[in-house]
Every structure is written in structure tokens, then in C-alpha cells.
Design a protein around this ligand. Structure first.
Ligand code: HEM
Length: 487
């Protein structure tokens, strides 16, 4: 039987499309008075938006759109997550975490994101990840405030601060960094900074989300903690939040697309106009066109209507091309991060339900300026506040980054269907070890499966500058942390 989703007990960003947002502030903090903080969480609980409330928000938004009233409904939601050091600062001992989901991931959550960064091939400088100093220090928790506008979010942030104690001398927390993310303007609404529609494919939860054609729904236990055995524990209805502060080198990425535009039309074998060749190349490294249409369904031209149809936009498994790399390169970002049937067939067949993540990122930073575009060089910081939820960080986010995106031979492990062929790194997020070139093959449809093709060298377009591993507890646990600390 599918794990029951108790929508009133789960923080709202985790399921049902997450906190509705045009803007979102991430507040990273340290706990300075653990005892008070535990009491403050009881007061904070009524301010936390649950999945139940998100479902209602989504109905309200749909109704508002139908009535064509224009503008946005005033809407805001708060969620809170805690790191291992945060739980310890609250007085929760390792004994209380033993035997729960918090200790079930070979120490990845407890070790923390800084310790894990070298394992993800994040660049290291002076023995440390090349991150902003704040993220190298202790971060005990993250508060997410998402809403329709900056004033609505700012008003809510003030309310949240008041709960912990506005006066810095008496506050239970110290804010160490706030980052504001914003949905991009105009036509780019919902698109990340490289220009591709984001947030199209997320796992469906069995018995909870409406079923549409595509990858089969997964049990909620792969996203929610505390449900992996029949005996649930105090982590039940929680989830792990992985945050990555990812900067994107947009002008450099655009030059890369220009310089490597596909030259020949794969159907007619005639020369392809430069702009079309550029868009085709871009679509092949992501696995979707900028509109969000998947190349596996529409391989050689964009089809913006396709992505608007939820019954079609995820309805592919990479099944018809085991020996045919022409539709979607093996290294393409969406094939690497959710290989669908690539990993569920052959001798190494493995169900990948435990590798799925629910993504809730938002763009940050300004649009590219005319000067940046003409010089081809990034001057202003921008990128993705990447956030994802899962029941086990080691099995999901970390596995995807380390064993899929950063692994040039994936999915050809064991039985190699294309002898001598190396797909290469995920062109968007794949990170090579420091002295290894970042390369991919299969980008040109005409030579896509040819083992003798020259690999394409790729600079880094995504630069990690921080991160954090957090636990997002249920509402019940938020109110009852006191009982875990007193015993
Ligand atoms: C700046 C960095 C990133 C950019 C620009 C980016 C961009 C995209 C885009 C455009 C899509 C396709 C649309 C969609 O299905 O939402 C996508 C899908 C996806 N990305 Fe990323 N992404 C980034 C980082 C990451 C990271 C760090 C991970 C995990 C390690 C990740 C995992 C995924 C997954 C799982 C999918 C869905 C694949 C599917 O189910 O088809 N992405 N990303």
C-alpha cells in the first residue's frame, strides 16, 4: 500500500508543487539560544504553510486565473529546516537521531554539505571548497519565505523575526545570510538563466498526485523521511532539503552555444541556419528545448505547444533509442539526472525510485546586461538557488551528482551497448576532478553514436559557491521538539 500523505502535517514546499512563489527569500541562521529556539518553534508553527494549505493556494490561483481578474493574489508561505548542527544546538543528542532517517544515509546529513563538497568535485582552494565564506562556517538552519511580491515577503519576514525575538540581544537566532531569488521577468517567467523552462519534471507521488503519462509515480517514502520501515519515528512526514548556491556563467554559455552550433540539418543533410543550429545544440545538451519541450519527443525542432500539455510533456522513457543516440544525447542534463529506462534495463537494472528528487529552485541575480552580452563575460552574479527534497541525501541528490552527472561512462556500466563510446559529463552540472577535462560526446545528431568522434571540451558554466544539508520536520515534530530535548 502506498505511504499515506498527511498533507496537514507536512511543510508546504515539499509536495503539491511547493510554496507558490514569484519571489523567495532564503534566510540562513545560527542558533544562539537553543532552549528558547525550541520554544519559539511552537510559536512559529502556526505561521508554517503546510501541503494542505498549498493545495488550497493552488485552487485559489486556478480560480483567479479562470476569472481573468488580472494581477496576482496576495500570497505568502514560510517553511523552516534545520541542519545537523542546528538539531544539536537545540539539545537533540545523537542518541535521539540514531535509528531514524537522520542517521540512515551513511553520515552524509550529519557530516554536512561542506564536508561533502570534495566528493561532488566542487572546486577546492586551499583545502576548502571554493565557496562564499558564510557557507564554509556553521549554518544551523534555513527559513524559506516565498510569496507573490517583495513587500508581502518582507512583511512576513518581520513576523518571523518577531517570533525569535527582534532585539538582537534576546533573539534565539542570528541571521548570517539572506538571499533573495526572483522568477525572471516577462517571457522568461519560469525559465532559469540559461533560458530553459525549469520545474517541468518532478516525481509524482503515488496515491497523492494526479497521474499523467510518463515515469510511474513513486511511493511517498522516497521523499518523506521516517516511512522507510513499518515503524515510523519522530522524523516521519519530514524531508531532507539540499540547497546549492549555483552561479551561472550566462554570456559564456551563450558564446559556447554560438561556437558549437550544429552545422548540418540531421534530416535533410543541408546546412542548418546558425540560429537553428545553436538552438538545436542547446536543446541537445539539456535534453529539452528552451520552451521545455523534450527532445526525446521532438528531436529536431522546438514544439512549444508540447510543453503546455501535461499529458505529453513528460511522456518519454528514453526506451526507443538504446542503440540510437540521435534523439537525446546520453549526457544531456535531464537524461543524466533522471535516466528513466536507461537504468532500469539490462544487466544492471535498478529501480531508481530512491534516486528521485523534488526540485524547488528559483533564479537569483539580474538579467544579463548589454555589456556582458557583447563582451561575452559575466560581470554580475546570477544563477540558481537550487533546492531539492528527498528522504535520503546519499541515495538521491548526492548519487545523482556523483554517480550520474559527474560520471563520464554512465549509463554504460557493465554491459556496454556502444563499445568504445564514452558519453561524457552532464554539460550543465557535471563536475570533473580538478585535472580532468570536462568533455561530452553525442551532441551532433549525425555522429551521435560514433565512438571515433572527437569529444567536445566544455568550460564550467555552473559554479557552486555554497550549500547546505537540512532536515525539514513535520508540523507535529516542530511543536514537540521539546520532548526530544528534555529526556
Ligand atoms: C544551475 C544549475 C542547473 C540548471 C541551469 C538546471 C536546469 C534544468 C532544466 C532546464 C531542466 C529541464 C526542465 C525540468 O524538467 O525542470 C532540469 C531538469 C532537472 N534537473 Fe536541473 N538544473 C541545474 C541544476 C541541477 C542539479 C544540481 C541537479 C541535481 C543534482 C538537477 C537535477 C535535475 C533533475 C532531476 C531534473 C529533471 C529530470 C527529469 O525528470 O526529466 N539540476 N534542470
Amino acid at each position: 500500500m502506498a505511504t499515506h500523505v498527511n498533507a496537514g502535517n507536512i511543510q508546504g514546499d515539499i509536495l503539491a508543487g511547493g510554496l507558490p512563489k514569484k519571489t523567495q527569500t532564503f534566510i540562513f541562521f545560527q542558533i544562539i539560544d537553543g532552549k528558547k529556539f525550541v520554544q519559539d518553534l511552537v510559536e512559529l508553527a502556526p505561521l508554517i504553510k503546510t501541503v494542505e494549505q498549498v493545495l488550497k493556494d493552488r485552487d485559489d490561483i486556478a480560480k483567479h486565473k479562470k476569472e481573468k481578474k488580472g494581477g496576482l493574489i496576495k500570497m505568502v508561505g514560510v517553511n523552516i529546516s534545520l541542519s545537523y548542527t542546528g538539531l544539536r544546538a537545540m539539545g537533540i543528542s545523537d542518541d535521539k537521531m540514531a535509528g531514524t532517517s537522520l542517521s540512515a544515509d551513511t553520515g552524509v546529513f550529519m557530516g554536512g554539505a561542506v564536508k561533502d563538497a570534495p566528493d561532488l568535485n566542487d572546486p577546492i582552494v586551499g583545502g576548502k571548497p571554493d565557496w562564499e565564506p558564510t557557507f564554509l562556517g556553521q549554518i544551523d538552519g534555513a527559513i524559506l519565505v516565498a510569496g507573490d511580491s517583495h513587500p508581502t515577503v518582507e512583511e512576513k519576514v518581520r513576523q518571523v523575526n518577531a517570533v525569535f525575538g527582534n532585539d538582537s540581544a534576546h533573539s534565539s537566532i542570528k541571521v548570517i545570510k539572506s538571499i533573495v531569488g526572483d522568477v525572471r521577468p516577462g517571457e522568461e517567467d519560469g525559465h532559469e538563466h540559461f533560458g530553459f523552462l525549469d520545474g517541468v519534471s518532478n516525481p509524482l507521488i503515488a496515491g497523492f498526485d494526479p497521474v499523467v503519462p510518463g515515469p510511474a509515480p513513486i511511493d511517498a517514502k522516497f521523499i518523506l523521511t521516517g516511512h522507510s520501515t513499518t515503524q515510523s519515528d519522530w522524523t516521519a512526514d519530514g524531508s531532507f532539503l539540499v540547497f546549492r548556491y549555483l552561479f551561472q556563467m550566462v554570456p559564456e554559455f551563450n558564446s559556447f552555444l554560438d561556437n558549437n552550433a550544429i552545422k548540418t540539418d540531421p534530416i535533410t543533410s543541408k546546412p542548418l541556419p546558425k540560429d537553428q543550429g545553436r538552438e538545436l545544440f542547446g536543446a541537445r545538451i539539456v535534453g529539452r528545448w528552451k520552451s521545455g519541450a523534450p527532445v526525446d519527443i521532438s528531436p529536431f525542432h522546438d514544439d512549444p505547444d508540447l510543453v503546455k500539455d501535461p499529458k505529453r510533456n513528460n511522456d518519454f522513457l528514453f526506451t526507443d533509442e538504446f542503440r540510437d543516440n540521435n534523439k537525446c544525447p546520453w549526457a544531456a542534463h535531464i537524461r543524466r539526472t533522471n535516466p528513466r529506462a536507461d537504468s532500469t534495463r539490462g544487466v544492471n537494472a535498478n529501480a531508481i525510485d530512491n534516486r528521485r528528487i523534488i526540485r524547488r529552485g528559483i533564479a537569483f541575480g539580474p538579467e544579463v546586461t548589454a555589456e556582458e552580452q557583447s563582451s561575452g563575460a559575466t560581470k554580475l552574479g546570477r544563477g540558481l538557488l537550487f533546492a531539492c527534497y528527498q528522504a535520503n541525501i546519499n541515495d538521491a541528490f548526492k548519487f545523482i551528482q556523483k554517480f550520474w552527472a559527474n560520471n563520464p561512462t554512465f549509463p554504460f556500466i557493465g554491459a556496454d551497448p556502444l563499445p568504445g563510446f564514452t558519453p561524457g559529463f552532464d554539460p550543465i552540472i557535471g563536475q570533473a576532478p580538478q585535472s580532468t577535462p570536462r568533455e561530452m560526446t553525442g551532441y551532433d545528431p549525425l555522429t551521435a553514436n560514433d565512438p571515433s568522434q572527437a569529444p567536445l571540451r566544455m568550460p564550467n558554466f555552473v559554479v557552486p559557491r555554497g550549500g547546505g544539508y537540512f532536515f525539514t520536520p513535520s508540523l507535529k515534530t516542530l511543536r514537540e521538539f521539546g520532548s526530544l530535548t528534555s529526556a
